[in-house]
Design a protein around this ligand. Structure first.
Ligand code: GDP
Ligand code: MG
Length: 280
C-alpha cells in the first residue's frame, strides 16, 4: 500500500478546486485544528482500498503578490513546504490563459524541490483560446506530463495512476471518509478561541467591533459518551453584553450552535459547548 502528500500548485483559476472535487467527489475536507499527520492543511483525501491514500495539501502563499512586503517570507514558507514535506508536486496550468509572470515564480519554487513533479495541462475540453504552446515545452523538466479536463473528468484516472506510481510505500496517514479527524485537547485552545470568535463576528457583524475576546477554560473528553465538553467565555465591554447575549439568549445560542456544529463535523464526536458572556 502507498500513501503520501501531494501539493497541488497552480495560479488562481487554474482549476485546482475543480480537480480536487472531481477526484474526491463531493467529499470536501474541513480544516482541522491540528493536522496530525502533515504540517499543512489537508485539502482533500483520495482513498483507494487497494492502492492506498493520496493526501492533497495546501501550500499557501505560493502565488502571493510580489508587492507585498512579506512576499519574501511567504515565498520562503512555500518553498520550505514544497521542499520538506510533500512527496509529489502536481503543477496545474490553464491552457486557455497566457503564461504570466506568476508562472515563472512558481516554476522557480518547484525547481528547487527534488520530489517527483507532474505537469498537468487543464481545460482540454475548451478549444479556444489555446495557449498550450506556451506550456508544453515545460514537460522536459517534469517527471510526467498529462493533459486533462477537470470539468469533464477526461484523463483524471491517468493522473491518479501517475500519482500512485510516484508515491512512497506507507500506511494510511489520515482517517477514512476523506476527513482528517482532529483530536481536541488543550493544544487546540487557540484554535477554538479563534473559531468561536469568528462565529461571533458572523452573527454580530456590524454591531460589535473588535472588542471581544474568547477564552477557552477547559476541554474535557468523555470517552464513554464519545463526547467532548468545552467550556468557554466571551469577554466584552459592558455595553455590548446585552447585544451578544441577545433577547432571551438567542444570539449567544446561535454563536454556540454554529461553533458546535462545525466542531462535530470536524471531529466526528458529540460536542457540548458551554459558552458564557462576561463583561470585562
Ligand atoms: P482554482 O482557483 O485553481 O481552484 O480554480 P477553480 O477550480 O475554482 O476553477 C476556476 C474556473 O475554471 C471555474 O470557473 C471552473 O469551472 C473552471 N474550470 C476548471 N477546470 C476546468 C476544465 O477542465 N475545463 C473548463 N472548461 N473549465 C474549467
Ligand atoms: Mg480554488
Amino acid at each position: 500500500m502507498k500513501s503520501g502528500t501531494v501539493a497541488l500548485v497552480g495560479r488562481p483559476n487554474a482549476g485546482k478546486s475543480t480537480l480536487l472535487n472531481a477526484i474526491v467527489g463531493t467529499k470536501v475536507s474541513i480544516t482541522s485544528p491540528k493536522p496530525q499527520t502533515t504540517q499543512f492543511s489537508v485539502e482533500a483525501v483520495y482513498d483507494d482500498p487497494k492502492r492506498g491514500q493520496i493526501i492533497f495539501v495546501d501550500t499557501p502563499g505560493i502565488f502571493a503578490k510580489t508587492d507585498n512586503p512579506k512576499a519574501h517570507d511567504i515565498n520562503f514558507s512555500a518553498e520550505h513546504a514544497i521542499k520538506e514535506g510533500v512527496d509529489v508536486i502536481v503543477y496545474i496550468v490553464d491552457k486557455t490563459r497566457e503564461r504570466g509572470i506568476e508562472e515563472n515564480k512558481v516554476l522557480g519554487v518547484i525547481r528547487k524541490s527534488d520530489v517527483p513533479k507532474i505537469l498537468v495541462i487543464n481545460k482540454t475540453d475548451k478549444r479556444h483560446p489555446d495557449f498550450i504552446e506556451q506550456y508544453i515545452f515545460l514537460k522536459e523538466e517534469f517527471d510526467a506530463y498529462i493533459e486533462l479536463s477537470a470539468r469533464t473528468h477526461t484523463n483524471l484516472n491517468v493522473l491518479i495512476d501517475t500519482i500512485f506510481a510516484f508515491l512512497p510505500e506507507g500506511e494510511k496517514l489520515v482517517d477514512s471518509d476523506g476527513l482528517p479527524t482532529p483530536i481536541l485537547n488543550m493544544d487546540s485552545k487557540l484554535f477554538l478561541e479563534e473559531m468561536i470568535r469568528e462565529k461571533a463576528f458572523l452573527r454580530l457583524r456590524r454591531e460589535v467591533p473588535y472588542a471581544i475576546r474568547v477564552v477557552v477554560d477547559s476541554i474535557v473528553e468523555k470517552p464513554q459518551k464519545n463526547m467532548t465538553v468545552i467550556k468557554a467565555r466571551i469577554f466584552c465591554p459592558v455595553r455590548y453584553k446585552k447585544m451578544i447575549i441577545g433577547s432571551g439568549g438567542v444570539k449567544i445560542k446561535e454563536i454556540g450552535m454554529m461553533a458546535r456544529r462545525e466542531l462535530e463535523l470536524a471531529t466526528n464526536r458529540k460536542i457540548f459547548l458551554d459558552l458564557k458572556v462576561e463583561e470585562e
